[in-house]
Write a protein that binds this ligand. Structure first.
Ligand code: SAM
Length: 527
């Protein structure tokens, strides 16, 4: 056995060398990150801006800042990709000299980053704009609508909401500085709606709002044509970033204090390295996990069609890859899946689940489900319920089918009544609640590493997440925020775990250190 592979019973000289290196690593962590065991993230700056890759204070002074201290307010609806797009849009605004504010009343420019995945989500921006129209003194403000609803409505937005001056879909974000320049020069109907692009939105500066988890988009757009989904029409064709630019960003995130990275893409596992290096998605995961200082890597959303065994092998061989996979199934009936144009059957999906369940580590599984898709019978729905019992997911995101413009399903005649969609949704949620309760209660007595993300003073409780993405509450203190803690489960509900700290226990959890060697969790605990 070589030193590099040694984990549980190293010979003495290897063990001391390894321990010495682990101590050096931890000293480096301490000196660069403060006094606690592992302190992550950065405190928000006085402006309320977290300095992940950029903050107001570390922006290089840009020549002739067009914003010149004017203010902007940016509100985001929808998925994590939208949240991260907004972080980048905020970076673009700040690089132009604009200052973020927390309310639209205080803003010179108001931006809404919108979601149109379901009708309800799409309506939110119109209700915001409606209320805004009534606000006195809003005449001098510039209002921009970004994202999926902007792309979907296009020029019609100016008719529907004349107070809007900028309409920009996500595929045009690389042109945002030019579009803003037009708005700044007084143009009141500025549009960025071109979907024919090969560019990804890479910014020089990104404002990071999450102190603990850094989002990193690796692939934009979507080339699937699921019958229910509006995304390919609103986000444009698939385009992957190069592996080297992704790894460079990971290094910058670690330098900024992050230890947890969440890799994003509409179909994240469709990523292919466009550079001659040609990494696969599984190779990319391994490379990200090997970046010194990266301790947790998550990725979402995976499509079952591209879910290959090498992804599970990468998780098995890289402890920094989290024990968590989100694999949307959408329905349990092969007939409905075919109608949805998902590209897999129930049986093929279950094969992928089989690889995951055979991993060396227990991997938590979550999924998305749509109830009441066109043509779904009671018998089809029962198959979705039986799939839940067969897979035993740790979390399910379920939605009633909502017909979307420009999708294949909008023309399907065999629609399901709203009442049936809603009833099926409730049945499904109750079945899943029982599964989660049982699965979580089976964890009582086990100890997990928790990255603490918050503290509730009223309850004296710290709250964080396990690598499997379970929410964990335990008696703690504000100083726990940003630290990794060992916590033992004492009780559990369907949506979270409750426990107590157990940092002294000698856990033999393998962790990578900075030198690519393996050390046991006990080294971290003793140190
Ligand atoms: N790109 C991912 C994929 O194809 O698996 C999904 C991303 S989408 C933002 C998140 C979820 O919204 C989907 O997995 C699906 O369950 C749900 N969804 C999408 N379109 C929908 C629609 N028209 N009605 C209801 N739910 C929908």
């Amino acid at each position: 056995m070589t030193c590099g592979k040694m984990t549980r019973s190293p010979n003495r000289s290897c063990y001391s060398k390894l321990r010495f290196q682990a101590i050096l690593f931890l000293l480096a962590q301490r000196s660069s990150m403060g006094n606690d065991l592992i302190q992550i993230g950065n405190a928000p700056s006085p402006e309320g801006v977290t300095s992940g890759v950029v903050s107001a204070s570390n922006l290089a002074p840009a020549p002739a800042l067009a914003g010149d201290g004017k203010t902007f307010y940016l509100e985001t609806f929808g998925c994590q990709m939208n949240v991260h797009d907004s972080e980048k849009v905020a970076g673009v605004m700040m690089a132009r000299g604009y200052r973020p504010v927390d309310s639209h009343q205080d803003a010179d420019i108001i931006l809404y980053n919108t979601c149109s995945i379901r009708e309800k989500a799409a309506q939110k921006v119109f209700s915001r704009l409606g209320a805004f129209r009534k606000t006195k003194g809003s005449d001098n403000k510039i209002i921009g609508v970004l994202g999926c609803v902007a792309q979907q409505e296009g020029e019609r937005f100016f008719e529907r909401a004349p107070q809007v001056s900028l309409v920009c879909g996500s595929a045009s974000y690389p042109q945002l500085p030019d579009l803003l320049a037009q708005v700044e020069s007084g143009n009141r109907r500025v549009m960025g709606l071109d979907l024919d692009t090969e560019d990804c939105f890479e910014t020089e500066f990104t404002r990071r709002d999450n102190r603990f988890r850094a989002y990193l988009t690796i692939i934009e757009g979507c080339d699937q044509r699921c019958a229910f989904c509006v995304v390919p029409m609103t986000r444009g064709p698939e385009r992957s970033r190069s592996g080297s630019s992704i790894i460079d960003e990971c290094h910058r995130l670690v330098d900024a204090g992050y230890t947890e990275i969440q890799i994003l893409g509409q179909i994240v596992n469709a990523w292919r390295d466009p550079s001659p290096v040609g990494w696969s998605f599984a190779e990319l995961l391994a490379r990200v996990a090997e970046v010194p200082g990266v301790r947790r890597v998550r990725f979402t959303t995976s499509h079952p069609r591209y879910f290959t065994p090498d992804i599970v092998q990468a998780i098995d061989s890289h402890p920094a890859l989290c024990d968590q996979i989100h694999l949307p199934v959408q329905a349990g009936s092969s007939k409905v899946l075919a109608r949805m144009l998902r590209g897999y059957s129930r049986e093929e999906y279950l094969e992928k689940i089989h690889y995951i369940r055979n991993a060396q580590r227990a991997i938590s599984l979550s999924t998305d489900i749509i109830t009441g898709f066109c043509g779904e019978t009671e018998r089809d729905f029962e198959q979705t319920v039986s799939l839940l019992s067969e897979v035993e997911y740790d979390q399910v995101f379920a939605f009633k089918f909502s017909p979307r413009p420009n999708t294949a399903a909008v023309d399907f005649a065999d629609t399901v009544a709203e009442e049936d969609k809603g009833r099926r949704l409730s049945v499904l949620q109750e079945v899943q609640r029982q599964i989660q309760l049982r699965r979580n209660q089976a964890l009582v007595g086990e100890t997990f590493e928790v990255l603490v993300e918050g503290y509730q003073p009223r309850l004296g409780q710290a709250v964080g997440r396990t690598t499997s993405n379970k929410v964990f509450n335990f008696p703690g203190e504000p100083a726990d925020i940003g630290c990794y803690r060992q916590v033992t489960v004492t009780s559990a509900g369907p949506n979270s775990l409750v426990g107590e700290r157990n940092d002294d226990r000698r856990l033999m959890i393998e962790r990578r250190n900075d030198f690519g060697l393996q050390v046991s969790g006990r080294d971290f605990a003793e140190w």
